[in-house]
Design a protein around this ligand. Structure first.
Ligand SMILES: Cc1cc2nc3c(=O)[nH]c(=O)nc-3n(C[C@H](O)[C@H](O)[C@H](O)COP(=O)(O)OP(=O)(O)OC[C@H]3O[C@@H](n4cnc5c(N)ncnc54)[C@H](O)[C@@H]3O)c2cc1C
Length: 437
Protein backbone atom coordinates (compact mmCIF):
# COMPACT_ATOMS: atom_id res chain seq x y z
CA UNK A 1 0.00 0.00 0.00
CA UNK A 2 1.14 3.55 -0.64
CA UNK A 3 2.59 4.87 2.58
CA UNK A 4 1.05 7.95 4.13
CA UNK A 5 3.53 10.45 5.47
CA UNK A 6 4.04 10.65 9.19
CA UNK A 7 3.76 14.18 10.34
CA UNK A 8 7.28 14.98 9.30
CA UNK A 9 8.14 18.60 9.82
CA UNK A 10 11.47 18.47 8.08
CA UNK A 11 13.22 15.66 6.30
CA UNK A 12 16.48 15.50 4.34
CA UNK A 13 16.86 13.17 1.38
CA UNK A 14 19.18 12.60 -1.53
CA UNK A 15 16.41 12.56 -4.14
CA UNK A 16 12.96 14.05 -3.91
CA UNK A 17 10.60 13.33 -6.79
CA UNK A 18 7.47 15.44 -7.16
CA UNK A 19 4.44 13.48 -8.37
CA UNK A 20 3.77 9.73 -8.31
CA UNK A 21 2.78 9.56 -11.97
CA UNK A 22 4.25 7.04 -14.39
CA UNK A 23 7.43 9.08 -14.90
CA UNK A 24 8.53 9.13 -11.27
CA UNK A 25 7.29 5.59 -10.60
CA UNK A 26 9.48 4.40 -13.50
CA UNK A 27 12.32 6.34 -11.93
CA UNK A 28 11.62 4.72 -8.55
CA UNK A 29 11.84 1.28 -10.16
CA UNK A 30 15.07 2.19 -11.97
CA UNK A 31 16.60 3.47 -8.72
CA UNK A 32 15.69 0.27 -6.85
CA UNK A 33 17.14 -1.87 -9.63
CA UNK A 34 20.19 0.18 -10.59
CA UNK A 35 21.14 2.33 -7.63
CA UNK A 36 19.66 0.82 -4.42
CA UNK A 37 21.78 3.06 -2.16
CA UNK A 38 20.17 6.12 -3.66
CA UNK A 39 16.75 4.44 -3.73
CA UNK A 40 16.90 4.14 0.06
CA UNK A 41 17.35 7.91 0.24
CA UNK A 42 14.58 8.74 -2.21
CA UNK A 43 11.10 10.06 -1.49
CA UNK A 44 8.28 10.59 -3.99
CA UNK A 45 5.57 13.03 -2.88
CA UNK A 46 2.11 12.75 -4.41
CA UNK A 47 -0.59 15.36 -3.88
CA UNK A 48 -3.44 12.84 -3.92
CA UNK A 49 -4.02 10.09 -1.36
CA UNK A 50 -3.85 7.38 -4.00
CA UNK A 51 -1.82 6.60 -7.11
CA UNK A 52 -4.19 6.83 -10.09
CA UNK A 53 -3.27 7.43 -13.74
CA UNK A 54 -4.88 10.49 -15.36
CA UNK A 55 -7.64 10.42 -12.75
CA UNK A 56 -9.43 13.36 -14.40
CA UNK A 57 -10.41 11.29 -17.41
CA UNK A 58 -10.22 7.69 -16.28
CA UNK A 59 -13.32 6.50 -18.10
CA UNK A 60 -14.10 2.79 -17.80
CA UNK A 61 -14.00 2.16 -21.56
CA UNK A 62 -10.95 4.28 -22.44
CA UNK A 63 -7.87 2.43 -23.67
CA UNK A 64 -4.21 3.30 -23.58
CA UNK A 65 -2.81 4.34 -26.92
CA UNK A 66 0.50 2.55 -26.48
CA UNK A 67 1.48 -1.09 -26.21
CA UNK A 68 1.51 -2.72 -22.76
CA UNK A 69 5.15 -3.59 -23.50
CA UNK A 70 5.93 0.11 -23.13
CA UNK A 71 5.35 -0.19 -19.40
CA UNK A 72 7.55 1.34 -16.71
CA UNK A 73 10.39 -1.09 -17.18
CA UNK A 74 10.30 -3.66 -20.00
CA UNK A 75 12.21 -1.66 -22.63
CA UNK A 76 15.02 -1.22 -20.10
CA UNK A 77 14.87 -4.50 -18.23
CA UNK A 78 12.53 -7.16 -19.62
CA UNK A 79 13.38 -9.38 -16.63
CA UNK A 80 12.12 -6.91 -14.05
CA UNK A 81 9.48 -7.98 -11.53
CA UNK A 82 7.82 -4.59 -12.16
CA UNK A 83 6.63 -5.40 -15.70
CA UNK A 84 2.99 -5.10 -16.76
CA UNK A 85 3.02 -8.83 -17.54
CA UNK A 86 4.17 -9.64 -14.01
CA UNK A 87 1.45 -7.35 -12.66
CA UNK A 88 -1.14 -9.37 -14.61
CA UNK A 89 0.40 -12.59 -13.34
CA UNK A 90 0.47 -11.36 -9.74
CA UNK A 91 -3.16 -10.28 -9.91
CA UNK A 92 -4.33 -13.46 -11.67
CA UNK A 93 -5.37 -11.81 -14.90
CA UNK A 94 -2.72 -12.93 -17.35
CA UNK A 95 -4.99 -15.52 -19.05
CA UNK A 96 -7.79 -13.00 -19.49
CA UNK A 97 -5.50 -10.35 -20.89
CA UNK A 98 -3.91 -12.73 -23.39
CA UNK A 99 -7.35 -13.84 -24.47
CA UNK A 100 -8.40 -10.22 -25.05
CA UNK A 101 -5.88 -10.21 -27.89
CA UNK A 102 -4.97 -6.56 -27.48
CA UNK A 103 -1.73 -4.66 -27.12
CA UNK A 104 -3.50 -1.64 -25.60
CA UNK A 105 -4.90 -2.22 -22.11
CA UNK A 106 -7.77 -0.21 -20.67
CA UNK A 107 -6.45 2.94 -19.02
CA UNK A 108 -8.06 1.71 -15.80
CA UNK A 109 -5.82 -1.34 -15.97
CA UNK A 110 -2.68 0.75 -16.50
CA UNK A 111 -3.77 2.82 -13.52
CA UNK A 112 -4.09 -0.34 -11.39
CA UNK A 113 -0.65 -1.40 -12.61
CA UNK A 114 0.85 1.93 -11.50
CA UNK A 115 -0.74 1.64 -8.11
CA UNK A 116 0.58 -1.96 -7.81
CA UNK A 117 4.10 -0.74 -8.68
CA UNK A 118 3.79 1.99 -6.05
CA UNK A 119 2.76 -0.58 -3.43
CA UNK A 120 5.62 -2.88 -4.32
CA UNK A 121 8.49 -0.41 -4.23
CA UNK A 122 10.46 -1.41 -1.16
CA UNK A 123 13.24 1.19 -0.84
CA UNK A 124 11.82 4.28 -2.47
CA UNK A 125 9.29 5.85 -0.13
CA UNK A 126 6.04 7.28 -1.48
CA UNK A 127 4.44 9.92 0.68
CA UNK A 128 0.89 10.49 -0.51
CA UNK A 129 -1.49 13.31 0.32
CA UNK A 130 1.43 15.74 0.23
CA UNK A 131 1.36 18.50 -2.38
CA UNK A 132 4.44 20.49 -3.21
CA UNK A 133 3.48 24.15 -2.87
CA UNK A 134 6.85 25.83 -3.19
CA UNK A 135 10.51 25.17 -3.92
CA UNK A 136 13.33 27.34 -2.67
CA UNK A 137 17.09 27.10 -3.02
CA UNK A 138 18.99 26.13 0.16
CA UNK A 139 22.45 27.65 0.58
CA UNK A 140 25.54 25.90 1.97
CA UNK A 141 28.21 27.64 4.10
CA UNK A 142 30.10 28.45 0.87
CA UNK A 143 27.15 30.49 -0.38
CA UNK A 144 26.37 28.00 -3.15
CA UNK A 145 23.00 26.33 -3.66
CA UNK A 146 23.55 22.89 -2.13
CA UNK A 147 19.93 21.71 -1.85
CA UNK A 148 16.32 22.46 -2.72
CA UNK A 149 13.86 23.02 0.07
CA UNK A 150 10.41 21.83 -0.91
CA UNK A 151 7.43 23.13 1.04
CA UNK A 152 4.43 20.84 1.34
CA UNK A 153 0.72 21.49 1.75
CA UNK A 154 0.65 19.88 5.21
CA UNK A 155 3.18 22.36 6.55
CA UNK A 156 6.16 20.00 6.33
CA UNK A 157 9.25 20.48 4.23
CA UNK A 158 11.79 18.22 2.61
CA UNK A 159 15.31 19.27 1.70
CA UNK A 160 16.94 17.33 -1.14
CA UNK A 161 20.21 17.39 -3.05
CA UNK A 162 18.42 16.32 -6.21
CA UNK A 163 14.91 17.20 -7.27
CA UNK A 164 13.06 15.32 -9.98
CA UNK A 165 10.03 17.08 -11.35
CA UNK A 166 7.36 14.70 -12.67
CA UNK A 167 4.22 16.68 -11.92
CA UNK A 168 2.85 16.69 -15.47
CA UNK A 169 2.00 19.78 -17.47
CA UNK A 170 -0.30 22.68 -16.53
CA UNK A 171 -3.83 22.54 -18.01
CA UNK A 172 -4.47 25.03 -20.83
CA UNK A 173 -7.51 27.19 -20.11
CA UNK A 174 -7.95 29.73 -22.93
CA UNK A 175 -8.15 33.33 -21.69
CA UNK A 176 -11.62 33.77 -23.31
CA UNK A 177 -13.03 31.74 -20.39
CA UNK A 178 -11.56 33.89 -17.63
CA UNK A 179 -14.92 35.52 -16.84
CA UNK A 180 -16.90 32.31 -16.44
CA UNK A 181 -17.59 31.08 -12.90
CA UNK A 182 -15.65 27.94 -12.03
CA UNK A 183 -18.81 25.83 -11.67
CA UNK A 184 -19.63 26.35 -15.39
CA UNK A 185 -16.21 25.28 -16.66
CA UNK A 186 -14.56 21.85 -16.46
CA UNK A 187 -11.13 21.11 -17.91
CA UNK A 188 -10.56 17.49 -18.95
CA UNK A 189 -8.14 17.03 -16.03
CA UNK A 190 -11.11 17.41 -13.65
CA UNK A 191 -13.86 15.82 -15.72
CA UNK A 192 -14.42 12.58 -13.78
CA UNK A 193 -14.49 14.16 -10.33
CA UNK A 194 -16.67 17.15 -11.23
CA UNK A 195 -19.15 15.78 -13.75
CA UNK A 196 -20.60 13.37 -11.19
CA UNK A 197 -21.94 16.39 -9.29
CA UNK A 198 -24.44 17.18 -12.10
CA UNK A 199 -28.05 16.02 -11.98
CA UNK A 200 -28.23 12.96 -14.24
CA UNK A 201 -31.80 13.55 -15.43
CA UNK A 202 -31.55 17.28 -16.18
CA UNK A 203 -31.68 18.67 -19.72
CA UNK A 204 -28.15 20.06 -19.62
CA UNK A 205 -26.84 21.95 -22.62
CA UNK A 206 -23.19 20.90 -22.68
CA UNK A 207 -20.59 22.38 -25.00
CA UNK A 208 -17.29 20.54 -25.44
CA UNK A 209 -14.44 22.58 -26.84
CA UNK A 210 -11.71 20.81 -28.83
CA UNK A 211 -11.43 18.19 -31.54
CA UNK A 212 -8.99 15.62 -30.16
CA UNK A 213 -9.19 12.48 -28.03
CA UNK A 214 -9.86 14.10 -24.62
CA UNK A 215 -12.63 16.30 -26.02
CA UNK A 216 -14.21 13.36 -27.84
CA UNK A 217 -14.08 11.20 -24.70
CA UNK A 218 -15.82 13.92 -22.67
CA UNK A 219 -18.44 14.34 -25.41
CA UNK A 220 -19.22 10.63 -25.51
CA UNK A 221 -19.18 10.25 -21.71
CA UNK A 222 -21.56 13.22 -21.32
CA UNK A 223 -23.89 11.86 -23.99
CA UNK A 224 -24.01 8.49 -22.22
CA UNK A 225 -24.15 9.79 -18.67
CA UNK A 226 -26.89 12.41 -19.17
CA UNK A 227 -29.69 10.87 -21.26
CA UNK A 228 -31.53 14.19 -21.62
CA UNK A 229 -28.53 16.39 -22.35
CA UNK A 230 -27.81 18.20 -25.59
CA UNK A 231 -24.08 17.77 -26.31
CA UNK A 232 -22.36 20.06 -28.79
CA UNK A 233 -18.74 19.87 -29.83
CA UNK A 234 -17.03 23.02 -31.12
CA UNK A 235 -13.73 22.68 -32.95
CA UNK A 236 -11.41 24.74 -35.12
CA UNK A 237 -10.66 21.88 -37.50
CA UNK A 238 -12.75 20.71 -40.46
CA UNK A 239 -13.99 17.67 -38.55
CA UNK A 240 -12.90 14.82 -36.32
CA UNK A 241 -10.07 12.73 -37.65
CA UNK A 242 -8.22 9.54 -36.68
CA UNK A 243 -4.84 9.96 -35.10
CA UNK A 244 -2.02 9.15 -37.45
CA UNK A 245 -0.72 5.68 -36.76
CA UNK A 246 1.74 4.68 -39.43
CA UNK A 247 4.30 2.08 -38.39
CA UNK A 248 6.92 4.25 -40.07
CA UNK A 249 6.25 7.36 -38.00
CA UNK A 250 5.72 5.21 -34.90
CA UNK A 251 9.44 4.49 -35.06
CA UNK A 252 9.94 8.09 -33.99
CA UNK A 253 8.50 7.15 -30.59
CA UNK A 254 11.33 4.70 -29.96
CA UNK A 255 13.62 5.68 -27.06
CA UNK A 256 16.52 5.36 -29.51
CA UNK A 257 15.09 8.25 -31.56
CA UNK A 258 15.62 10.76 -28.72
CA UNK A 259 19.34 11.04 -29.55
CA UNK A 260 18.55 11.82 -33.17
CA UNK A 261 15.89 14.38 -32.28
CA UNK A 262 18.09 16.01 -29.67
CA UNK A 263 20.96 16.40 -32.13
CA UNK A 264 18.76 17.63 -34.99
CA UNK A 265 18.85 21.16 -36.41
CA UNK A 266 16.19 23.53 -35.00
CA UNK A 267 14.29 23.55 -38.32
CA UNK A 268 14.36 19.73 -38.44
CA UNK A 269 12.99 19.54 -34.89
CA UNK A 270 10.20 21.94 -35.94
CA UNK A 271 9.36 19.78 -38.93
CA UNK A 272 9.34 16.61 -36.82
CA UNK A 273 7.05 18.10 -34.21
CA UNK A 274 4.78 19.65 -36.86
CA UNK A 275 4.44 16.50 -38.94
CA UNK A 276 3.98 14.29 -35.88
CA UNK A 277 1.34 16.50 -34.32
CA UNK A 278 -1.50 14.26 -35.48
CA UNK A 279 0.12 11.14 -34.05
CA UNK A 280 -0.55 12.43 -30.55
CA UNK A 281 -2.50 15.67 -30.31
CA UNK A 282 -5.19 16.30 -32.87
CA UNK A 283 -6.53 12.87 -33.70
CA UNK A 284 -8.89 10.28 -32.25
CA UNK A 285 -8.81 6.59 -31.68
CA UNK A 286 -10.64 5.03 -34.71
CA UNK A 287 -13.07 3.06 -32.51
CA UNK A 288 -14.30 6.22 -30.75
CA UNK A 289 -14.58 8.04 -34.06
CA UNK A 290 -16.81 5.27 -35.34
CA UNK A 291 -18.95 5.20 -32.19
CA UNK A 292 -19.56 8.96 -32.41
CA UNK A 293 -20.43 8.87 -36.09
CA UNK A 294 -22.85 6.00 -35.57
CA UNK A 295 -24.52 7.83 -32.69
CA UNK A 296 -25.02 10.93 -34.83
CA UNK A 297 -26.44 8.74 -37.57
CA UNK A 298 -28.84 7.11 -35.10
CA UNK A 299 -29.81 10.50 -33.70
CA UNK A 300 -30.79 11.62 -37.19
CA UNK A 301 -32.70 8.40 -37.77
CA UNK A 302 -34.68 8.69 -34.55
CA UNK A 303 -34.91 12.47 -34.47
CA UNK A 304 -33.21 12.55 -31.05
CA UNK A 305 -30.73 15.17 -32.22
CA UNK A 306 -28.71 15.19 -28.99
CA UNK A 307 -25.25 15.24 -30.52
CA UNK A 308 -24.02 18.11 -32.64
CA UNK A 309 -20.67 19.19 -34.06
CA UNK A 310 -19.74 22.71 -35.05
CA UNK A 311 -16.59 22.70 -37.14
CA UNK A 312 -14.20 25.45 -38.28
CA UNK A 313 -15.29 27.65 -35.41
CA UNK A 314 -13.53 29.19 -32.49
CA UNK A 315 -14.74 30.80 -29.33
CA UNK A 316 -14.08 34.52 -29.25
CA UNK A 317 -15.81 35.26 -25.97
CA UNK A 318 -17.55 33.57 -23.06
CA UNK A 319 -19.77 35.38 -20.57
CA UNK A 320 -22.74 34.84 -18.27
CA UNK A 321 -26.15 36.30 -19.08
CA UNK A 322 -29.45 35.56 -17.30
CA UNK A 323 -27.97 32.51 -15.62
CA UNK A 324 -26.73 31.04 -18.92
CA UNK A 325 -23.27 30.74 -20.43
CA UNK A 326 -23.16 32.71 -23.69
CA UNK A 327 -20.39 31.75 -26.10
CA UNK A 328 -19.55 33.90 -29.11
CA UNK A 329 -18.51 31.61 -31.96
CA UNK A 330 -16.44 32.89 -34.87
CA UNK A 331 -17.13 30.99 -38.07
CA UNK A 332 -13.82 30.55 -39.88
CA UNK A 333 -15.60 29.81 -43.17
CA UNK A 334 -17.38 33.13 -43.56
CA UNK A 335 -15.93 35.34 -40.83
CA UNK A 336 -19.37 35.70 -39.22
CA UNK A 337 -20.17 35.27 -35.56
CA UNK A 338 -23.08 33.78 -33.65
CA UNK A 339 -24.05 33.15 -30.05
CA UNK A 340 -24.34 29.71 -28.51
CA UNK A 341 -26.09 29.47 -25.15
CA UNK A 342 -25.37 26.59 -22.80
CA UNK A 343 -25.11 25.51 -19.16
CA UNK A 344 -21.65 23.95 -19.01
CA UNK A 345 -18.42 24.18 -20.97
CA UNK A 346 -16.02 21.23 -21.04
CA UNK A 347 -12.52 22.11 -22.13
CA UNK A 348 -10.62 19.55 -24.18
CA UNK A 349 -7.97 22.18 -24.75
CA UNK A 350 -4.99 20.18 -23.59
CA UNK A 351 -1.96 21.47 -21.75
CA UNK A 352 0.23 24.58 -21.79
CA UNK A 353 3.27 24.26 -24.00
CA UNK A 354 5.45 26.38 -21.75
CA UNK A 355 7.27 24.90 -18.75
CA UNK A 356 4.99 24.33 -15.72
CA UNK A 357 4.80 27.27 -13.36
CA UNK A 358 6.52 25.35 -10.55
CA UNK A 359 9.54 24.79 -12.81
CA UNK A 360 9.65 28.41 -14.02
CA UNK A 361 9.47 29.62 -10.40
CA UNK A 362 12.31 27.31 -9.37
CA UNK A 363 14.46 28.58 -12.26
CA UNK A 364 13.67 32.20 -11.40
CA UNK A 365 14.71 31.59 -7.78
CA UNK A 366 18.28 30.98 -9.01
CA UNK A 367 18.13 33.75 -11.66
CA UNK A 368 17.61 31.48 -14.66
CA UNK A 369 15.24 33.05 -17.24
CA UNK A 370 15.13 30.36 -19.88
CA UNK A 371 14.60 26.78 -18.67
CA UNK A 372 16.55 24.11 -20.56
CA UNK A 373 17.87 20.64 -19.79
CA UNK A 374 20.83 18.54 -20.89
CA UNK A 375 20.36 15.36 -22.95
CA UNK A 376 20.12 13.59 -19.54
CA UNK A 377 17.22 15.80 -18.45
CA UNK A 378 19.28 17.73 -15.88
CA UNK A 379 18.34 21.39 -15.77
CA UNK A 380 21.10 23.70 -16.97
CA UNK A 381 21.86 25.84 -13.94
CA UNK A 382 24.64 28.29 -13.05
CA UNK A 383 27.86 26.76 -11.58
CA UNK A 384 26.97 28.18 -8.17
CA UNK A 385 24.01 25.75 -8.04
CA UNK A 386 25.33 22.35 -6.97
CA UNK A 387 21.89 20.88 -6.27
CA UNK A 388 20.55 18.95 -9.23
CA UNK A 389 17.14 19.27 -10.83
CA UNK A 390 15.76 16.90 -13.48
CA UNK A 391 12.65 17.49 -15.54
CA UNK A 392 10.45 14.66 -16.80
CA UNK A 393 7.68 14.96 -19.38
CA UNK A 394 8.10 18.64 -20.24
CA UNK A 395 10.95 18.53 -22.76
CA UNK A 396 9.12 17.93 -26.01
CA UNK A 397 10.90 20.84 -27.73
CA UNK A 398 14.35 19.31 -27.19
CA UNK A 399 13.67 15.57 -26.72
CA UNK A 400 10.79 14.96 -29.13
CA UNK A 401 7.08 14.30 -29.18
CA UNK A 402 7.29 11.11 -27.10
CA UNK A 403 8.64 13.06 -24.12
CA UNK A 404 5.28 13.29 -22.33
CA UNK A 405 4.26 9.71 -23.17
CA UNK A 406 4.79 6.31 -21.61
CA UNK A 407 6.98 5.17 -24.54
CA UNK A 408 10.21 6.60 -23.15
CA UNK A 409 9.84 6.14 -19.42
CA UNK A 410 11.71 2.88 -18.91
CA UNK A 411 14.79 4.01 -20.79
CA UNK A 412 14.67 7.65 -19.68
CA UNK A 413 14.68 6.55 -16.03
CA UNK A 414 17.98 4.77 -16.55
CA UNK A 415 19.41 7.85 -18.28
CA UNK A 416 18.48 9.98 -15.27
CA UNK A 417 19.83 7.42 -12.80
CA UNK A 418 23.14 7.26 -14.69
CA UNK A 419 23.38 11.04 -14.62
CA UNK A 420 22.63 11.13 -10.89
CA UNK A 421 25.41 8.60 -10.35
CA UNK A 422 27.80 10.52 -12.58
CA UNK A 423 27.38 13.45 -10.20
CA UNK A 424 28.02 11.20 -7.19
CA UNK A 425 31.08 9.05 -7.79
CA UNK A 426 30.64 7.43 -4.35
CA UNK A 427 27.62 5.46 -5.67
CA UNK A 428 27.90 2.75 -8.34
CA UNK A 429 25.48 1.46 -10.95
CA UNK A 430 24.24 -2.06 -10.27
CA UNK A 431 23.92 -4.17 -13.41
CA UNK A 432 20.71 -6.20 -13.15
CA UNK A 433 20.05 -7.69 -16.54
CA UNK A 434 21.98 -10.93 -16.97
CA UNK A 435 21.68 -11.93 -20.62
CA UNK A 436 22.03 -15.67 -21.38
CA UNK A 437 24.91 -16.35 -23.74
C1 LIG B 1 -6.44 11.58 -20.68
C2 LIG B 1 -5.03 11.22 -21.04
C3 LIG B 1 -4.74 10.01 -21.62
C4 LIG B 1 -3.44 9.68 -21.95
N1 LIG B 1 -3.21 8.49 -22.54
C5 LIG B 1 -1.95 8.16 -22.85
C6 LIG B 1 -1.67 6.90 -23.46
O1 LIG B 1 -2.57 6.12 -23.76
N2 LIG B 1 -0.37 6.60 -23.72
C7 LIG B 1 0.65 7.44 -23.40
O2 LIG B 1 1.80 7.11 -23.63
N3 LIG B 1 0.40 8.64 -22.85
C8 LIG B 1 -0.85 9.02 -22.58
N4 LIG B 1 -1.10 10.23 -22.01
C9 LIG B 1 0.04 11.16 -21.76
C10 LIG B 1 0.45 11.20 -20.29
O3 LIG B 1 1.03 12.46 -20.12
C11 LIG B 1 1.45 10.12 -19.92
O4 LIG B 1 0.92 8.87 -20.19
C12 LIG B 1 1.84 10.08 -18.45
O5 LIG B 1 0.73 10.17 -17.61
C13 LIG B 1 2.87 11.12 -18.09
O6 LIG B 1 3.35 10.79 -16.82
P1 LIG B 1 3.93 11.84 -15.79
O7 LIG B 1 4.31 11.06 -14.60
O8 LIG B 1 4.96 12.66 -16.47
O9 LIG B 1 2.74 12.86 -15.48
P2 LIG B 1 1.30 12.60 -14.86
O10 LIG B 1 0.74 11.31 -15.29
O11 LIG B 1 0.54 13.83 -15.17
O12 LIG B 1 1.54 12.50 -13.29
C14 LIG B 1 1.87 13.61 -12.51
C15 LIG B 1 1.64 13.26 -11.05
O13 LIG B 1 2.16 14.30 -10.26
C16 LIG B 1 1.21 14.65 -9.26
N5 LIG B 1 1.46 16.05 -8.92
C17 LIG B 1 1.30 17.13 -9.74
N6 LIG B 1 1.64 18.26 -9.10
C18 LIG B 1 2.01 17.89 -7.85
C19 LIG B 1 2.46 18.62 -6.72
N7 LIG B 1 2.57 19.95 -6.76
N8 LIG B 1 2.77 17.94 -5.59
C20 LIG B 1 2.65 16.58 -5.55
N9 LIG B 1 2.21 15.85 -6.59
C21 LIG B 1 1.90 16.49 -7.72
C22 LIG B 1 -0.13 14.39 -9.92
O14 LIG B 1 -1.16 14.23 -8.98
C23 LIG B 1 0.18 13.11 -10.69
O15 LIG B 1 -0.01 11.96 -9.90
C24 LIG B 1 -2.39 10.59 -21.69
C25 LIG B 1 -2.68 11.82 -21.11
C26 LIG B 1 -3.98 12.14 -20.80
C27 LIG B 1 -4.27 13.49 -20.21
Amino acid sequence: MTRMANTLDRQEVEVLAIGAGPANLALGVALEELAPDIARETVIVEQHDTVVWQRGLLLPWSQSQVSFLKDLVTLRNPQSKFSFVNFLHATNRLDDFINLGSFTPYRMEISDYLSWVARNLSDVQIQSGRKCIGIEPGYGSDGEVSEWVVRLSDGGEIACRNLIFGGGRDPHIPSEFARLPRERLIHSTEFSSRIIGLDRAAEHRIVVLGGAQSAAEMLWASHQEFPNAQCTMVMRSIGLNCYENSKFTNQLFFPSFVDEFHAALPEARDQLLREMHRTNYSGLNPALLDVLYRQMYLDKLTGADRLKMITMSEIADARMSDGEVVLTLLDRKNGGSEELRCDMVLLGTGFNREMPKAVRDLAASVSVDEVSVSRSYRMNLPPSVRAGCYLQGVNEATHGIADSLLSLLAVRSEEIVRDLLAHQPSHQLVATVPVPS
